[in-house]
Write a protein that binds this ligand. Structure first.
Ligand code: PRP
Ligand code: URA
Length: 209
């Protein structure tokens, strides 16, 4: 993997991800682990946010403080991307949140768009596209294309598990987009599911199994 792909090898992520992968994990525990991994991925994905100086006063003296220069937009891909929004909003409370509704056609595996509402000033924001699963990469690539059509210039993709095929597809379609993920798995099965993966992320987050 080159520098466009950041795989977070961290014991906390490995531990929490194993809980998510376990088919016997409850919806509550699955959702909590998605939140906690979201925090850790968000920490990494925001490492290069620019800062500007501003003057403030502590109880003791004046000093130069720092604030984030570029505002952030979070764009979860519905549904499963919603499972990462709370963590990112807790890290960056001023972030605006756009939504892209996409589902995979079960036969063709092609993404079908059904909703898109993005912040009007998205072109000025650092965009973090959120989706726990990067499988064939069709959904993420299509979502990033929509966001670029609306003028966004700085985009990162944050996912919990990626398949090598999905990483390659996004790299090919969007070489300017860095990918942050908790793990890169072995591959895809014949139905386009990540193996070993964690199953259907949307169903496991929302209990629709
Ligand atoms: C899942 C997942 C991604 C997509 C990944 O969504 O959350 O959006 O599949 O697959 P891809 O990389 O092959 O496009 P799904 O279509 O199951 O919709 P859901 O979130 O509404 O369950
Ligand atoms: N979508 C999921 O939710 N899981 C997969 O493994 C692949 C696509």
């Amino acid at each position: 993997m080159d520098k466009q792909v950041h795989v977070m090898n961290h014991p906390l992520i490995s531990h929490k991800l194993s809980i998510m992968r376990d088919k016997n994990t409850s919806v509550k525990d699955f959702r909590e682990c998605a939140y906690e991994i979201g925090l850790l991925l968000g920490y990494e994905a925001t490492k290069d946010l620019g800062l500007v100086d501003y003057e403030l006063e502590t109880p003791l003296t004046k000093m130069t403080g720092k604030k984030i220069e570029r505002q952030v937009a979070l764009v979860p891909i519905l549904r499963a991307g919603l499972g990462m929004v709370d963590a990112m909003q807790d890290l960056i409370p001023a972030a605006k949140v756009g939504h892209i509704g996409l589902y995979r056609n079960e036969e063709t595996l092609q993404p079908v768009e059904y909703y898109c509402k993005l912040p009007t000033d998205i072109s000025e924001r650092q965009v973090l596209v959120l989706d726990p699963m990067l499988a064939t990469g069709g959904s993420a690539s299509a979502a990033i294309s929509f966001i670029k059509q609306r003028g966004a210039k700085k985009i990162k993709l944050v996912c919990i598990i990626a398949a090598p095929q999905g990483v390659e597809a996004v790299r090919e379609a969007h070489p300017d987009v860095d990918i942050f993920c908790g793990a890169v798995d072995e591959g895809l099965n014949e139905r386009g599911y990540i193996v070993p993966g964690l199953g259907d992320a949307g169903d496991r987050l929302f209990g629709t199994l």
